[in-house]
Ligand binder design. Sequence first.
Ligand code: HEC
Length: 127
Amino acid sequence: MQNTTTVPFRRLPSLRLKTLALLGALVLPAAAPAAPGGEGEMREPAEVYRQVCSHCHAPDKAVGPEITMAFPEAAHEARGNYIRMTVRNGRAAMPSLRQAKVSDPELEALIQALVRGDLAAGAVNEE
Ligand code: HEC
């Protein structure tokens, strides 16, 4: 048996409804999480790799090739350009990834970590 008192919708003062709607409109956008890479929201390279790349590139997934091996310093720039181009333009089965997925500063930091081998198996926490 239900024993709740229901107030018919039409009897709510319309002013209150408008105020609530207005408050909602003001509060909701502020409460929405900032876009990845928004000011002060930059993720660590390992986090970006884990969230955006590893579900294809981790050795146990083997959808994409391994990309975490270190490169000799003389090749860092060329390899970095290649990674940047691959991520932004896509390559064969790899989709292009836009700013909304990986911001420019996040991508630059990720590239540095990748070419140095910071994210290679054994260099990071393996779960
Ligand atoms: C949806 C799966 C998928 C995601 C997500 C993905 N990749 Fe790829 N990636 C691939 C596949 C598949 C290839 C191989 C493409 C080919 O056939 O040349 C590839 C190739 C690459 C290559 C070229 C490798 C080489 O040595 O030639 C790089 C670099 C790369 N990906 C970087 C990244 C980075 C960095 C991220 C995350 C920011 C990422 N990928 C996310 C699927 C993915």
